[in-house]
Design a protein. Structure first.
Length: 377
């Protein structure tokens, strides 16, 4: 027997997946949510698509079917997917030096850093120290500064979460190899063909349906000299920026994709289903396998917890279980959002919310609904 649903939940669940709706509602009933959505697919077909609550902090504007929100680092799954597609096309190789595709990157002793190291946070470039940079909105200013940066540690010997720089570093590879900005590549070659309502570089015409992000409580116990604090000062970054028009409009591929659970689960369903869904081919299952091959597994210098990385994807580990199967991968975002693909079960699922918790890799709200989903399979 499942607990009765007491909070009004919109959307639908396929027969047999009622426990997912109940787990989603339980987060609201316990006061953990303001507004959120959850969606899941099995073998490429939607089986859950639910939403509830409010898209504003005051509870006056209902979270609707087309509400989208900033999912912060869950956007990194789209960057990893883009790079995997370029590998599939023979344009990019994980084993090759980044400088092969971006010659200016070889400055300051970075000539041997590989694409795989860049995607797995081993390059030692989580921030900029060689010059002051005004903000994250000027693509060229950021990429020029990163090309000139000296690694903060010997590349390949450690991993430290490139919280914001990840998107510019790897997005620059996408730009140089395709002639398209990351946001354009995402729109034209991933989200558009799949009919997924997900974007990076969101125009003002979408503002009326974007959820207001409610920042988490201040993180306690983080030393002022922690690496995490160092990487957030140049340019300055904090999660409250997500509600600014200039932040929404910019392309910050590590941290400002806008979508909902439906759109993320749709994109991840292509990965979970071997690279093709509903006749839309993104890449081959072989190329997915390369993208989720372990690049490193050690304690992260920034997150201060063990992280197992593929080529841009968080991989399942004993420290970050994510789900029951081995070929399970995806990414979490600041505050709690998640986008997951599972090649073994051929399922995908996603959770998106606007009340942020003090977390960077997903939290118990999304995980509890995800586990309810697995219990229905």
């Amino acid at each position: 027997m499942t607990a009765p649903v007491t909070h009004e939940i919109h959307g639908w669940v396929a027969p047999g997946f009622e426990r997912v709706r109940d787990a989603f509602a339980a987060n609201f009933d316990s006061g953990k949510e303001i507004g959120a959505s959850f969606a899941a697919t099995v073998e490429g077909k939607p089986v859950v698509d639910v939403w509830a609550g409010s898209r504003d902090a005051e509870g006056k504007l209902p979270w609707q079917e087309d509400t989208i929100a900033c999912v912060f680092s869950t956007t990194k799954a789209m960057v990893a997917t883009s790079c995997a597609m370029l590998v599939d096309r023979g344009l990019l190789e994980y084993e090759q030096p980044v400088a092969k595709y971006w010659p200016e990157f070889a400055q300051a002793g970075k000539g041997d850093i590989t694409v795989g190291q860049l995607l797995s946070h081993q390059a030692g470039l989580p921030g900029v120290t060689n010059r002051p940079v005004e903000n994250w909105y000027n693509w060229t200013a950021i990429t020029d500064a990163l090309a000139a940066e000296r690694p903060w540690w010997e590349p390949g010997t450690a991993n430290g979460y490139h919280a914001i720089t990840f998107g510019h570093l790897n997005g620059e590879l996408v730009r140089r190899l395709t002639g398209k900005s990351f946001g354009t590549f995402l729109r034209e070659e991933i989200a558009g063909p799949l009919g997924a309502d997900f974007q990076c570089g969101t125009p003002a015409s979408e503002d009326a349906r974007i959820a207001t992000m409610v920042p988490p409580p201040a993180m306690e116990g983080v030393p002022p000299d922690a690496l995490l604090m160092k990487i957030m000062v140049n340019p300055p970054f904090d999660t409250s920026m997500a509600n600014l028009r200039e932040y929404r409009a910019a392309e910050i591929p590590a941290a400002n994709g806008h979508g909902n659970a439906r759109s993320i689960a749709r994109i991840m369903s292509a990965l979970a289903w071997g690279g093709t869904v509903d006749g839309v081919r993104l890449l081959s299952e072989e190329s997915i396998g390369k993208a989720i091959t372990e690049q490193c597994y050690r304690t992260d210098k920034v997150l201060m917890t063990p992280m197992r990385w593929g080529a841009g994807f968080m991989l399942k580990s004993k420290d970050l279980p994510l789900g029951p199967n081995e070929r399970l991968f995806g990414h979490g975002g600041a505050g709690g959002s998640l986008g997951i693909a599972d090649l073994d079960a051929r399922v995908s699922w996603s959770y998106v919310m606007n009340r942020m918790d003090a977390t960077t890799t997903g939290d118990v709200r999304g995980a509890s609904v995800g586990m309810a989903f697995y219990s229905c399979l």
